[in-house]
Design a protein around this ligand. Structure first.
Ligand SMILES: *Cc1c(COP(=O)(O)O)cnc(C)c1O
Length: 382
């Protein structure tokens, strides 16, 4: 069967999955009168995320980007420093480094998880240790919801004494060897932007086991206000806190997160059954060391067998009113970072050429997935 008739409604990559629980929660927050930033919903949301991620502290913020910014600041990153960042990520990971006047150094990824390459990291830190140029921090990213190999990344950064900040913006609910992501490194960052695994329309959270770290983030994010009757400032502050109304939305989403993750896994399994059998096609699954949250199902077309397939398939999906998206364009290829230092082995470039993100939303129907599979198959047969 080929899908000749375009859909009435566009099938998006990862649209928000909002129902009566969310509507009730937002109404409850509005009716409570706590409409200003902060309030009881924010406190409860922080406790619930900390419990979910098994961390001691959580600070609700206005975005994942804000959480990265303040996380690096709490680590002590400052102007002129260098921070190692995986080259295949969303721009915000690298932007946050520049907010502090520091520079990202882009590092290539490993093939299994598309995350920071542990061997390259170890080699680079060893070289830099010898010449006394250790970076001020390393940021790891759990790409598309797949946890990085935290055991290796934590061991290596600990060995060289370089602080690790974990950009888990895409991976809330993923597990590394049975432990939820969030508890590794100095701190981890989650995003609740509109198309993430769960949403507060816009929002983020920083989690850590270090009380002092959490306290400083909380202080800076509320305009560095001292506890005095008037506004007394000893430090520059930021308006980065989450609103009480949005925290209520987040709590409703969090209560449904295990179900939403299960649905994404089910869609990924369906994709694997149909498309994983085709020679030269790989549907990305869990790594050996854990479970992804299946935020986005990514597919990879071996360019020797299916040259140009990722972009051809995307064009055909689009013609059928279905959104597919190239994987993140590597940061070392971005015009804005053209002068940046990098440590590359060609893997991110190859994945950018061969990879494609398929519609993966938790409200997708079985029929939707089958339609996407039909279009992928017929695009490959052309
Ligand atoms: C979405 C995302 C962010 C930024 O989160 P926002 O909440 O949109 O600011 C940072 N890093 C990665 C890897 C992301 O995917």
């Amino acid at each position: 069967m080929t899908a000749e008739v375009p859909r009435d409604h566009r099938l998006y990559l990862s649209p928000p999955d909002i129902g009566p629980e969310e509507i009730n929660a937002v109404t409850r927050a509005l009716e409570s009168g706590w409409v200003a930033p902060l309030g009881p919903e924010v406190d409860a949301f922080e406790r619930e995320i900390a419990a979910f991620a098994q961390t001691a502290h959580a600070v609700a913020l206005s975005s994942g980007t804000a959480a990265l910014h303040l996380g690096l600041m709490a680590i002590g990153v400052k102007a002129g420093d260098e921070v190692i960042v995986p080259t295949m990520t969303f721009g915000a990971t690298a932007f946050s480094v520049t907010y502090l006047g520091a520079q990202p150094v882009f590092m290539d990824i490993e093939e299994e998880s598309w995350n920071l390459h542990p061997d390259l990291l170890e080699q680079e830190l060893a070289d830099r240790a010898r010449s006394g140029r250790l970076p001020a921090a390393v940021i790891s990213v759990d790409l598309f919801g797949t946890p990085c190999n935290y055991e290796l990344i934590v061991d290596i950064t600990t060995e060289f004494g370089v602080p690790l900040l974990c950009d888990a913006a895409e991976s809330l609910g993923a597990m590394f060897e049975g432990r939820p992501v969030g508890g590794f490194g100095r701190a981890s960052v989650f995003s609740f932007n509109g198309n993430k695994i769960m949403t507060t329309s816009g929002g983020g959270m920083l989690v850590t086991n270090d009380k002092d770290f959490a306290d400083r983030i909380r202080y800076w994010s509320t305009q560095s206000r001292e506890s005095l009757p008037w506004y007394e400032h000893r430090d520059i502050g930021f308006n980065y806190r989450m609103s009480n109304v949005l925290a209520a939305l987040g709590r409703a989403q969090l209560s449904r997160l295990p179900t939403m993750i299960a649905r994404r896994h089910a869609a990924r399994e369906q994709y694997r059954e149909r498309l994983g059998q085709i020679p030269g096609v790989q549907v990305m699954g869990d790594p050996r060391w854990g479970q992804s949250n299946a935020w986005l199902t990514c597919i990879r077309f071996d360019s020797k067998i299916h040259p140009g397939a990722a972009s051809a398939v995307r064009t055909d999906l689009d013609a059928n009113n279905i959104e597919g998206r190239p994987v993140w364009k590597p940061m070392h290829q971005q015009p804005v970072f053209s002068g940046a230092d990098s440590v590359l082995i060609g893997m991110a470039d190859r994945i950018f050429d061969e990879g494609l993100c398929l519609p993966s939303g938790s409200a997708m129907s079985h029929h939707d997935v089958l339609q996407v599979c039909d279009i992928v198959e017929s695009a490959l047969d052309k």
